[in-house]
Design a binder for this molecule. Sequence first.
Ligand SMILES: [Zn+2]
Length: 334
Amino acid sequence: MMAVHGATLCLDTHVDIPWPNTPDPHSRTSRQVDYPKMRAGGLNAVVFIAYTQQGKRDEAGHAAAGAKAEAMLRAIAATAGRDGTRLVTNADELEAAFAAKELAVMLGVENGYAMGHDLSRLKLWRDLGACYVTVTHDGHNDLADAARFKPDLGDAPTCHGGLSELGRQAVREMNRVGLMVDASHTSKSSMMQAAELSRAPIVVTHTCCKTLCDHPRNIDDEQMDMLRQVGGLMQITAVPAFVRAPEAPGQRSQATVKDIADHVDYAVNRIGLDHVGLSSDFDGGGGVEGWKDASETANLSLELLRRGYSARELGLLWSGNFMRLMRITQRLAD
Ligand SMILES: [Zn+2]
């Protein structure tokens, strides 16, 4: 089974980075994902995230978030391109990197807040190599309502009732420039509206099944059915609180790789294997017993193989489905 894992293109679609003091991923670091840990665990590719926390929705807040996201994209990209690593911006390049036995570094932007009201930022991010944009983080922004609102920022439970007009324009622009639309962190209404509006199927890059674990960041059966309907994808993630409710309120969740596999099984049974994938949210809250960092990635493959998933199915879960969405997104872009 280790041989099957080794032959599988394993892509983790959501990994944060420490910022602004980012340890060099070419060396052994305290990060959950660095290049030595990826090699040790047979993790071939990672989408590293330029993340901005939700702040005030004013000109200064938008400008600061925009500058930060751009700086992070440039900094992550600068770590690739040497010593067996390369920056990858589409599915063909990802497969080529894997064939060449090089680690693939991919880019994503988390929180459309960093766009402010300037749609041209989306093209800039795509040109810098980003493959997706997460429409919101926690807290509503000017694009859409989030699943978790922030009273300290003046949020009411709902703001736009889903996507705003600017949010709809942003989804259309992401389609046009070839960025995947990520509905992680958004409210259910935002997610459902984005799924219907987007010409390319949407992705939820780090989430789990609400039916198995009732957490506001997880998606329910109706949302999962919508993903199947539009050809989209949910990437089951390793955030303990999303995976398994704590034994008692206030306690820490004791989630393991088996719990993650339970979410995969549930999602595959409900919406089909073509609509399910994997991510960790490492260095952003992810990490369970058995998959604490990238060096332990094989454990998740082994658990899935033990449950009867074939080598082909394992490949679809780890990267094949996500590459399909990347290709559709590129084909539909102008
Ligand atoms: Zn996130």
